[in-house]
Design a protein around this ligand. Sequence first.
Ligand SMILES: Nc1ncnc2c1ncn2[C@@H]1O[C@H](COP(=O)(O)OP(=O)(O)OP(=O)(O)O)[C@@H](O)[C@H]1O
Ligand SMILES: O=P(O)(O)OC[C@H]1O[C@H](OP(=O)(O)OP(=O)(O)O)[C@H](O)[C@@H]1O
Ligand SMILES: O=C(O)c1cccnc1
Length: 465
Amino acid sequence: MNITAAYTDLYQITMAQVYFETKPDGRAVFDYYYRHNPYNSGYSIFAGLEDVLDILETLKFSDSDILYLKEKGFENEFLEYLRNFRFRGNIRSSKEGDVVFPNRPILQVEANIIEAQIIETVLLNILNFQTLIATKASRIRRSAKDEILLDMGLRRAHATGGYYASRAAAIGGFDSTSNVKAAEDYNIPSSGTMAHSFIQSYDSELEAFRDFAKVRPENCVLLIDTYNTLKLGLPNAIKVAKEMEERGDKLLGVRLDSGDLAYLSKKTRTILDEANLEYVKIVASNQLDEYVIKSLKEQGAPIDIFGVGTNLVTGKPDAALDGVYKLSEYNGTPRIKLSENIIKVSLPFKKQVYRMVDANDMFYGADAIGLFIEDEVSQMEHPFDITKKLDLSPFEHEPLLEMVMEEGKRVVPTRTVTEISKYSQSRLEQLPNEYKRFQNPHIYKIGLSPSLKEERDALIKEHKI
Ligand SMILES: Nc1ncnc2c1ncn2[C@@H]1O[C@H](COP(=O)(O)OP(=O)(O)OP(=O)(O)O)[C@@H](O)[C@H]1O
Ligand SMILES: O=P(O)(O)OC[C@H]1O[C@H](OP(=O)(O)OP(=O)(O)O)[C@H](O)[C@@H]1O
Ligand SMILES: O=C(O)c1cccnc1
């Protein structure tokens, strides 16, 4: 997508003008994190980093952006600055695809304050949405176990969000997408079946199936529920499958898109097998999500491919990830945002985050946040409960924020969606099952090093009236 630097909130540019006139060389550290896992999940899947890096490397205001801002009354000298605007900052980040948790920095921007401010909106827009959808996809992948997952969501996605949703779905574990543009741009496998309109446009369903199978015999899936699934659609599909065999072709599958999917898939499997069509797969769709798929599996539904649309790409029932971007240091001095709501007090200082890994290479269930300048963190403390402390000496400490962009240039190789997805699955395998269950998952611990906690508490005191 063609994104220019005007893909931001007006207040970023307004604040930028003030910085430009008063402290153009200020240096800021911002943290990206979110506060709650969506869907009552025990974890989230971090997604969108590659897109953010690609966008930041080339981000500029276009001539028409500058013209628009001129019309809005911005001064010439500042407009000249914007004309030459580039992001030249540093970014440290968790790896895309990693399992992440609330209230710990996932990504850190260290840059000139004007640059850091202008990029805030696009960064949040991309990371929040893709993390939301990758997390949903990961839950659907868990319930579908080893069956094939096809993303069919574009038509009901929130406008262009469908483009990024298909990418995030692949990161979370979907095998392919119906979205041609996302598949082309991100090198995701694409696939699909046929619509009811195709069958309706013929005088008979059989004729429709025949034409389709002749013209598109490769990966041919016939939609069998337009008129009557078991009495008409399935017998017609079997006829066409036999005709395909005579031509040396093979029907890939039949799709069920309504009715009781457990009952219909069992009947369909039996009838296909009796016709010696054991190789024909059963595809199911119709408002599926992780819970319906889990239920279908529990009912023993012999479904080989699940097509999921709306619930995936809109992140239903959670409309957004509550990710935020908070200033934690300015010109080398720590900054804090206080709140009545204790969970909303921001963490000052430039920081590093460490994941505790046990002797079996499994995640212990704790990420510790320390000051960036600390060499090691041997103990972590609960951010607010003084009775809760954890000795970290038994664990390997994996630093999570790695430099990915230096002075506006990417310093790590590009990763494909397939690589990120594989990485994500491997990280999920390291996460114990109690954090992955759908109901009341175990709460992953986030703690502060004693020094960070002490310094933060001192800052809170300093600012309290
Ligand atoms: N055996 C099943 N167990 C649990 N959920 C199911 C089962 N079969 C279907 N579902 C789900 O139940 C919902 C049924 O939707 P709905 O009531 O609209 O039925 P429908 O048969 O699709 O109707 P329509 O013909 O109007 O499309 C869908 O979300 C579907 O995925
Ligand atoms: O239910 P979702 O998870 O969103 O999955 C995608 C749905 O979109 C299509 O229906 P639609 O009625 O748009 O077109 P069709 O005539 O091809 O069935 C498809 O047949 C699925 O039912
Ligand atoms: O390929 C399909 O079957 C498909 C694609 C998008 C939406 N519904 C179905």
